[in-house]
Design a protein around this ligand. Structure first.
Ligand code: GLV
Ligand code: MN
Ligand code: MN
Length: 435
């Protein structure tokens, strides 16, 4: 006869209490940051290296101190607030975004990602949760190109992506050169590489951001998981004609730089519209800034300087459109007997994000029955620089009417809190898994 030894009965494990962010605190901090640089119609302006932008960074540092994070600030001003992990292995999960804004921008572009990362880490600390990997809340300097025409400055320096030649034409509307500001911080062409952080100290990068487009709202999905980021090609065009008297110069003798510029603006729209509906080769192009001289009512403009920004998820389609636009510049200049100069600012390829992180973010949504959309990003982000040195993943929440870079930018508090909670869930997953 076989005796079966009675097995001790193991009581089912008590379910772990959910680790949840403090929604009120998150919304309170977002509000506090949005008051720094607040202007007309609720717009927010914190141009990189302005007093307002520096104050927003101070706010973050103060919050990080209160939590007790180890703070490190690099030479350009990127801020890292570190919560130690259980492992001696130092590779940290970086989570964040940027606090600088465009001129008359909204409250959430960038700020959401930094403040949500802060709230996630504060929740971990408060609940005495020690993850296997360290987690660093990061605020990158100068993600927006609004001041110097140069985007993702802090993350590009940290990832070793800044090339001296890209800085040559980077200047603000007052003529202040980005290179001069960098020099005042001890950053020169010959030591750009010294700003690079050793990639082996980074396990992965996560960024929560507003979508800044209309897809999630249209599809009624609260979360987007980003697969790739459309990087821009940017250049300035200078048309030089002849400034002259507006009353005495016959129409056929004029060399009007502004009329040439106007033709180019229309040409950029026309060329890009041809590619606007091709799903994978969709290209968008914008002339966002123009400066003319002498800029008075009674003189023919002798000089016009325009900024051109062309983006696509397809590197090939973007290159093709850039070639077409540049051919138009030559044609307009020749026909109008005007000089044209193209000043390159930056040329980047679209960036795929990490497939394993896309899967992991999907699983985090599915675990909570959250509807999500798998999608590319038309806007640029620090994640596109981070993706060059580590596994990078991004989450989106809906933007009302898809509007951003505008005071009308808005996301619902409910979506903000859901996004931040999902960011915390994914931090816990990434920190626990071998990525
Ligand atoms: C960043 O906001 C961009 O210009 O895409
Ligand atoms: Mn932006
Ligand atoms: Mn942004």
């Amino acid at each position: 006869m076989n005796f079966v030894k009675p097995q001790p009965r193991i009581p089912p494990a008590a379910p772990l209490p959910p680790i949840t962010i403090n929604k009120r605190r998150l919304l309170r901090d977002l509000n506090a940051v949005s008051r720094i640089g607040i202007g007309d119609r609720g717009s927010v302006t914190r141009l990189v290296f302005s007093i307002k932008e520096l104050r927003s960074r101070q706010f973050l540092i103060h919050q990080m101190r209160q939590i007790g994070l180890q703070i490190h600030i690099d030479r350009i001003g990127n801020i890292f607030g570190r919560l130690d992990g259980a492992n001696a292995k130092p590779a940290a999960l970086l989570v964040g975004s940027h606090l600088d804004t465009v001129v008359h921008g909204g409250k959430f572009d960038g700020t959401l990602g930094v403040i949500a990362a802060l709230e996630a880490v504060r929740t971990l600390k408060e609940q005495k949760i020690v993850l296997p990997s360290p987690v660093e809340v990061v605020c990158f300097v100068g993600e927006e190109s609004s001041r110097f025409g140069y985007s993702t400055l802090g993350s590009s320096l940290m990832t070793g992506e800044v090339r001296g030649k890209d800085l040559v034409h980077a200047a603000d509307a007052q003529g202040t050169k980005l290179e001069d500001i960098l020099a005042s911080m001890g950053i020169y062409r010959n030591n750009l590489r010294s700003m690079r952080r050793d990639p082996s100290t980074i396990k992965a990068y996560l960024e929560l951001h507003i979508e800044q487009g209309p897809i999630l709202e249209a599809k009624k999905k609260p979360i987007g998981i980003v697969t790739s980021i459309a990087a821009p090609t940017r250049f300035r065009v200078v048309f030089t004609g002849q400034a002259d008297h507006s009353g005495t110069t016959p129409m056929e003798m004029r060399r009007d730089a502004l009329v040439a510029a106007s033709e180019l603006i229309v040409a950029v729209e026309k060329v890009c519209r041809r590619y606007a509906h091709v799903e994978q080769g969709r290209v968008v192009g914008t002339v966002g800034a123009i400066k003319i001289e002498p800029g008075v009512i009674n003189a023919i403009p002798g000089r016009a300087e325009l900024s051109v920004d062309i983006r696509s998820i397809s590197a090939e389609a973007k290159k093709h459109v850039v070639r077409l636009v540049q051919a138009q510049i030559d044609e307009i200049a020749r026909r109008r007997n005007i000089e044209a100069e193209i000043l390159p600012l930056r040329e980047e390829d679209p960036v795929p994000l990490d497939k394993r992180l896309v899967r992991l973010l999907k699983e985090c949504c599915e675990a909570k029955n959250i509807a999500y959309e798998i999608m590319p990003s038309g806007a640029g982000h620090d994640a596109m620089q981070m993706a060059k040195i580590t596994a990078a993943g991004m989450l989106f929440i809906p933007s009302r009417r898809g509007i951003s870079h505008s005071p009308l930018e808005w996301s619902e508090p409910e979506d903000i809190c859901l996004g931040a909670q999902l960011l915390l869930d994914s931090i816990i997953r990434v920190a626990n898994e071998a990525i």
